[in-house]
Design a protein around this ligand. Structure first.
Ligand code: ZN
Length: 348
């Protein structure tokens, strides 16, 4: 009786193993017959019911069959694996699969901001001019009405090279260079990189970006400046800096200041784009953010640039592009923009 059962198991198992179509199916068949809980396992458990002699004989027989089936299983397994490798080799290049898109970079947030500023001012009739990163002392200081021993030079103290050249600490030399070659009326912005001896912290870098602005024409006043800058911020920040939304109080305010190259000079504050002026941590509770320095172009600067100050007047301003990027994207540490961390940059 036991012999008959064993032979039957052997034939059935061998047949099923040899007919397995793939490895997954084969594994299931292996479990069915060879596992502890499988058909042979159950047979071993049933041996307890037999007499001692019968048990020994059936046990030996069952072990032989188990080893035999294990060998058949191994052989079939090897055969199917070889078949798999062969097939995957044949189908290695599947032309129907979508391709792997190469990683494509994008412009740095500063470049995007620079272009946006350029577009807004172009829309108001300003030309975009370029100037030099390496300047002479004349263009950096003297022509801009900053005499040799004037203390105002200290805050612009920059990186000097041989031959009296230095890295520009601001974009203002671009005003002089442009006016040397162009007579008013004129409207320009000069975006570019500047350098100062600032120690690195959350809001300072020795390398930063500025946008210079200059408008010279007949009868230009502070009112023209306010109108242009108000419109610029309205377009740049959208609704957040809309003076009408801010209760009609205007979205900028001017505070008296001093720059050697403008007279009068002022600091320009923008109504906080975060809280619309009610006070928050971004504006230190004041409702205002300091965004640029500006003023009416000093007659001495016009004269040094070859423009007659008795006939022409104008305004000039310098916007910190890094600062605008920080405000616009709500970034509280300038160093992130210079770090090259892709997880940061990919957000823009
Ligand atoms: Zn605020």
């Amino acid at each position: 009786m036991q012999d008959l059962d064993l032979e039957k198991i052997k034939v059935e198992a061998k047949g099923e193993i040899e007919n397995a179509g793939d490895l997954a199916g084969l594994v299931l068949i292996g479990k069915k017959y060879l596992d502890k809980d499988g058909v042979l396992g159950e047979f071993f458990k049933s041996l307890g019911k037999l007499s001692k002699e019968e048990r020994a004989e059936a046990g030996v027989k069952a072990n032989e069959i188990k080893q035999y089936l294990a060998a058949v299983f191994e052989a079939k397994s090897g055969e199917l694996e070889a078949k798999n490798i062969e097939q995957s080799g044949q189908n290695f290049f599947d032309t129907t699969l979508p391709g792997v898109a190469p990683a494509v970079g994008h412009l740095h947030p500063f470049t995007l901001i620079e272009r946006e500023i350029g577009e807004i001012f172009s829309g108001m009739g300003f030309e975009i001019a370029e100037s030099r990163e390496i300047e002479t002392e004349w263009y950096n200081f003297d022509a801009l009405n900053v005499p040799k021993d004037h203390p105002a030079r200290d805050e612009f103290d920059t990186l000097f090279m041989e031959g009296g050249l230095c890295l520009r600490p601001h974009t203002s030399p671009g005003q002089v260079r442009y006016m040397e070659n162009h007579q008013p009326p004129l409207r320009i912005i000069v975006p570019g990189r500047c350098f100062r001896r600032d120690a690195v912290d959350a809001s300072h870098m020795p390398n930063f970006y500025q946008v210079e602005g200059l408008m010279v024409d007949k009868g230009i006043s502070v009112a023209n400046f306010k109108a242009v800058i108000d419109e610029f911020f309205r377009r740049f920040f959208g609704g957040a800096a809309d003076s009408k939304k801010a209760g009609g109080g205007g979205n900028i305010r001017l505070r008296p200041s001093f720059f050697p190259f403008t007279e009068p000079s002022f600091e320009v504050d923008l109504r906080c784009v975060n809280c619309s002026g009610s006070g928050c941590s971004a504006c230190k509770g004041t409702g205002w953010m300091e965004v640029m320095g500006a003023g009416m172009v000093h007659p001495a600067v016009l004269k040094n640039s070859g423009v007659d100050p008795s006939r022409w007047q104008g305004f000039a301003f310098g916007i910190g592009m890094d600062r605008l990027a920080m405000i616009k994207h709500k970034i509280n540490d300038i160093r992130l923009f210079y770090g090259g961390n892709q997880r940061f940059l990919n957000q823009f």
